[in-house]
Design a protein around this ligand. Sequence first.
Ligand code: NAD
Length: 409
Amino acid sequence: MNNPFQNAMNQLERATKVKQFNPEFISLLTQPEREIRISIPITMDNGSLKVFEGYRVQYNNARGPYKGGIRYHKDTDINEVKALAFWMALKCAVVNIPMGGGKGGVTVDPRELSKGEIEKLSRGWVKMMARDIGPKIDVPAPDMNTTPEIMAWMADEYVKITGDKTNATFTGKPIEAGGSEGRGPATGLGGFYVFDTLRSKLHLPESCKIVIQGFGNVGGNAANILFQNGHKIIAISEVDGAILKEDGIDINALNEYKKVNGKIEGFPGSRKISNNELLILECDVLIPAAMESQITEKNANDIKTKLVMELANGPTTPEADDILFGRGISVIPDILANAGGVTVSTFEWEQNLKGEHWNEIDVFAKLKTIMVNEALEIYEKANSLKTDLRRAAFILALERIEEEEKERL
Ligand code: NAD
């Protein structure tokens, strides 16, 4: 089993071979500032008590409060959360927002819990963590299997415990609970702005053939936006399986189909394929939007795309990165491609602190400016350093974090 934190540290080492940094600064980034582990006891619907393991990793706050989502997944463990928290620190620096890096999680398969049990678990996470988070300390958000509704429960529990009325401790809340316009599609839309900015530079056609792994918040929104913009999505997967339709999937019809059937399998005109088959389909753009460590040394040689756009966190291992680079396949790295989510989360935090509510047009315009500018800066850095986009993005982030860390060194 791949260790995502080891992969993250390998990526750091590889970037620092392209540009040298002060070794003391780099050593600061090889471990998190704090790791918090909690037990969350829940009375289940059948009256029994079950104890869940939860986490928060506060990786680095040189640039601002720790920021990052909370993941509910059966395989989530401290190594995964540490890796995700490290990537958050870099991601916030890539898009130049005043946030540091953090991440949280609970080891749980939410499909095995009722809605009431999930609410108790979410409120339980906050009860155990309340003293360690706050608008100027650590600002969590949604991630895999955590929703705006869960953020609303968490925000409500935090107010009950602390009396803090700023509503700026959790982002990704529903609009009526103080959320920002545009937070839902922000990650997919941010990825689209980056893709659209770099598409012709990466020699991709105006209408691309696209494969997407994951049809949740990120993959689903990316599919909608790419489809609306004239691209052809030929395959999509969910945790239970994948569908392929060579002549293109009508994403509006697929959304309707999923609403009625609860799954994408069986979509008219499509055929079922495995998740492994999906990753090696011939296409212009492959978008991993589910889990980490999906493109590894085992399948990287079989991948038949021109571009991998990482909307998931950590979907490509460092060994696979080398293979793709050697084969001339570009990778738009996660810390750039999926940074739209944390960017709009930070807009939400800012609106909550100022007591403002921005309209969707303003939110998207601010998001677009950031994503386009940073994509171009990283592309130019990669060219001038003769390296790949991931190393260039790491170097840009490290330069920005180092600037703020100088006082501590
Ligand atoms: P989600 O829970 O809404 O959706 C996850 C999707 O992935 C679902 O469609 C699920 O069926 C599918 N999936 C899970 N395991 C799979 C597997 N093994 N094979 C194929 N499909 C699988 O989660 P999300 O918020 O869309 O997050 C997806 C990824 O994007 C994660 O890596 C997350 O860290 C990253 N991310 C999310 C955000 C955000 O704003 N939500 C921001 C940045 C990065």
